[in-house]
Design a protein around this ligand. Sequence first.
Ligand SMILES: Cc1cc2nc3c(=O)[nH]c(=O)nc-3n(C[C@H](O)[C@H](O)[C@H](O)COP(=O)(O)OP(=O)(O)OC[C@H]3O[C@@H](n4cnc5c(N)ncnc54)[C@H](O)[C@@H]3O)c2cc1C
Length: 239
Amino acid sequence: MVGGAALLKDLRVDPRVTVARLAAWVGAQPGGTVVFGTAYLGFDGNRAHTSRGPIDAQRVIVCVGHDLDHLYPALAEEHEVQRCALQMARTADPGAVVTPAVLTATSLLRYPAFAETTAAAALRTRMEEDRPDLLDIDANVMFTQRPDGTLLIGDSHHTGRTVDPFLDEAVTETLRAETARVLGVDGLRIIERWQGVYASSPLRPYLVADPEERLSVRVVTSGVGMTIAHGLARRHFPS
Ligand SMILES: Cc1cc2nc3c(=O)[nH]c(=O)nc-3n(C[C@H](O)[C@H](O)[C@H](O)COP(=O)(O)OP(=O)(O)OC[C@H]3O[C@@H](n4cnc5c(N)ncnc54)[C@H](O)[C@@H]3O)c2cc1C
């Protein structure tokens, strides 16, 4: 390791607990209601139609992620929205305390703030020579430790209109071995594997469309939705 960056405003969010807490928080606000198990079907200008019947609506904001192509296929096609599938894993406690969230060289090739620097070209050349296995799976090797000591490690990327559910064990092994190498530990043991999916577009990192009066569509079309969602909401819907 030859350098680092102090990202002092960085915040770690654990979806395993945060999503439920956010929903509970919204439900606890005056006038706030969260309705689960209910599909949005469309807007007629006055009412949002759902699988549980219509809801009077002054304004509708549709945020359905990669399922946009089910609801508004022409919009999804216009913005070239696809599905990006990622392989993730959780390991047993490596026996080391890892306080920060750790990004590695592959991360610097993915996020525009790093990837648009002039140094990124030299880094890519070096990675092509040294670690084609990581580039082959479009890896972003990063990890973070949960309070119970287990490590969340990710991730690979595979983009398509639909994605297979099958997890390639060779991909998991590449991610596991690289994490162990960075940490300098032997025998990192996988205890969970899963696939995540997000919306992806080669055109832009997020989709902004207002197809009708009082109907807005917002979809983050890159892997930064947890980071930018609140800023995006504040910028577009300030009140
Ligand atoms: C493995 C993985 C790791 C990630 N890591 C990071 C990270 O480190 N940092 C970061 O910033 N981002 C990360 N992301 C990206 C981030 O999770 C996404 O960008 C974000 O979840 C997008 O939020 P969203 O609300 O637009 O869509 P989603 O989270 O996809 O939510 C859309 C919701 O709409 C629901 N829905 C679909 N159709 C309908 C319908 N007709 N009616 C009602 N509901 C419907 C879906 O069921 C879903 O619950 C990661 C994503 C994955 C998969």
